[in-house]
Design a protein around this ligand. Structure first.
Ligand code: ATP
Ligand code: MG
Ligand code: MG
Length: 577
């Protein structure tokens, strides 16, 4: 049964958050900092913010929180928008915190004038000591010597900061909060700092930039956000969020906090991902072994499967730490119901059916789904030479083996009669079987009764007229790290890399049904992929189950006649390594 994609709004945490303020039109925002690619954790924030608004007939902004020109890059803006669209959401408006720089500056001056902010020239170390030192243990908290300077002086200094009198870190604007409060978010947080970097939108106009603590709540207020949903690291910030809105006398949105989604067995931090990319441990930011959203997309994971996973986990204030296998289980369940099936061989060997004529070709009709007739059928050629997977043949038979072996019969999926192996050829040097000889067990007398084989295996026929088989390179992905907690590994996560995280099968084969599903992709029809014209969809939307092998999609390395396939997930949990 597929997960109700709106289940998380119908009960629990998000339902009660809605109830707290159900009279106001729902306005939410997803506020990424454009300093990296989105990862699977962000899909939870996207599903919550955009989904909440959609469910309650409201709107959701995409707001780029671009207040730190040192870390931000143009390419991330487009990538972030693409991923939101891919997940099936459309922002009501795309906004930028930087659009509000003038307004924020005005409010900062107002704050100074009413003696709720001051310019401070202390060093990092001094400020740390004022806050009670490392972890608040070095001594009592005390006020900064600039805290009591007259507002006019702070105002002049703030303008001097803006006009270039000071170098970075020589001056800050700090909010005058409450040093006696037990909450560190009330200990005179910085509101503005000096950064000598041109901004991608405002250029050289500013050399002072507002901090997250100053910007976020005010931008929420400007956009009339009803429910400001963020992760629990911001729980303590709720007080300063409300303090500032009250201090500058603007509308105060309601901030509520939910638990982050963490995936174990991998790393998500930008710095670590960058290292993996730069040192060529992976093929790029969209490597299918990474849990960036572009990586998951390239791997063939449908956006609906990600949303369904997030819904399945539910939303509460607890941190959700999930193992990769659990994610894969969810993806597998989704694919099982939604993608067509094809016959794929990772390591093909030819079977020559000696009692068929050389030019024998029979069209075999194959359904794309064993259960759902709406998926349709296609035909594949059954010929004198067919290929099967090496693992489905044994040189020496045994009682508990039910596939092909000398003297033993096996069924070829949807082929009317079984084949029985008679002999095989072997390359002595490599010890590998190079061909199997078999007989087609069609009864001579034309009767249709025969002993049903215990097992049916996948196969691919050989018919140049049908362009069969299609050769492919198949990439199988195993976890990139050996342990559940790569960061805790001795020597760090780079020492925990699994050398066998990518297995390549260069000589795989696939049946011609691939051509048809390519024309029909995206398969499944996903909300976020729906604008793509049939047949022109991204490679990764050509998804299918390789029967008895796993779930696959085409990779963007496909080129002309070259077919490259990625394994999305294995068929069963224990089938993967
Ligand atoms: P990261 O450092 O991992 O990129 P971040 O906290 O810097 O994450 P932003 O890029 O600012 O995040 O993310 C935008 C929104 O996504 C924020 O509201 C943030 O709380 C949310 N978010 C980020 N990571 C997660 C996560 N793992 N689970 C749920 N929400 C997340
Ligand atoms: Mg981020
Ligand atoms: Mg951040």
């Amino acid at each position: 049964v597929p997960i109700d994609p709106e289940s998380m709004f119908k009960e629990g945490f998000l339902k009660s958050v809605y109830n707290e303020k159900s009279s106001k039109r729902v306005v939410t925002r997803f506020p990424p900092e454009p300093n990296g690619f989105l990862h699977i954790g962000h899909s939870k924030a996207i599903a919550i913010n955009f989904g909440f608004a959609r469910y309650h007939h409201g709107v959701c902004y995409l707001r780029f929180d671009d207040t730190n020109p040192e870390a931000e890059e143009e390419k991330y803006f487009t990538a972030i928008e693409d991923m939101i669209q891919w997940l099936g959401f459309t922002p009501y408006k795309v906004t930028y915190s930087s659009d509000n720089f003038d307004k924020l500056y005005e409010l900062a001056e107002a704050l100074v004038r009413k003696d709720d902010a001051y310019v401070c020239h202390c060093t990092d170390t001094e400020i740390k000591l004022q806050k009670g030192g490392e972890k608040g243990t070095a001594g009592p908290r005390y006020a900064c010597p600039h805290r009591d300077r007259p507002p006019e002086e702070s105002l002049a200094e703030f303008r001097a900061m803006r006009n270039g009198k000071y170098k970075p870190r020589e001056a800050f604007l700090r909010m005058k909060q409450d040093l006696t409060d037990g909450n560190p978010q009330m200990w005179d947080l910085a509101a503005y700092r000096i950064l000598e970097k041109p901004h991608h939108r405002t250029g050289h106009k500013w050399r002072i930039y507002p901090t997250y603590d100053f910007t976020h709540c005010l931008c929420d207020s400007f956009e009339d956000i009803s429910h400001s949903l963020c992760t629990t690291e911001f729980q303590l910030s709720r007080v300063s969020y409300e303090w500032l809105c009250d201090a500058v006398e603007v509308y105060k949105p309601m901030q509520r906090e939910y638990g982050r989604l963490n995936l174990t067995g991998t790393v998500l931090s930008k710095r670590k991902l960058l290292k993996l990319v730069e040192d060529h441990h992976v093929r790029g930011w969209d490597d299918p072994r990474l849990y960036t959203l572009i990586g998951l997309r390239r791997r063939g994971v449908p956006p609906g499967a990600i949303l369904s996973f997030v819904n399945e986990l539910g939303v509460s204030t607890a941190l959700t730490s999930i193992q990769i296998v659990r994610f894969e289980q969810s993806v597998r369940r989704y694919l099982e119901q939604t993608v067509p099936r094809l016959m794929l061989l990772l390591d093909p060997i030819p079977v020559i059916i000696d009692n068929l004529p050389d030019d024998y070709v029979e069209d075999i009709e194959l359904p794309f789904s064993p259960k759902d007739p709406s998926f349709g059928n296609h035909t594949v050629p059954f010929s004198k030479t067919v290929f099967i997977d090496r693992v489905d043949f044994r040189e020496v038979d045994s009682k508990d083996f039910f596939r092909l072996a000398p003297g033993k019969s096996v069924g070829l999926l949807k082929v009317p009669f079984p084949i029985k192996a008679t002999s095989f050829e072997k390359d002595e040097a490599s010890g590998l079987v190079t061909a199997v000889h078999a007989d087609y067990e069609k009864p001579e007398d034309g009767s249709t009764s025969f002993k049903k084989p215990k097992t049916y295996i996948q196969w691919v026929g050989s018919s140049p007229a049908h362009s069969s088989p299609i050769n492919a390179e198949v990439r199988i992905f195993n976890p990139l790290f050996k342990s559940e907690n790569p960061d805790a590994a001795e020597g760090g996560y780079l020492n925990d890399i699994n050398a066998a995280s990518e297995e390549i099968h260069p000589n795989a084969m696939i049946e011609i049904g691939l051509e048809e599903i390519r024309k029909r992709a995206p398969w499944p029809e996903e909300e976020g992929e729906k604008d793509v014209k049939k047949g022109e969809a991204g490679w990764e939307t050509v998804r299918f189950q390789g029967m008895r092998v796993g779930y696959f999609c085409m990779d963007r390395d496909c080129d002309g006649d070259k077919v490259v396939l990625n394994r999305i997930v294995s068929l069963k949990e224990d089938a993967g390594k």
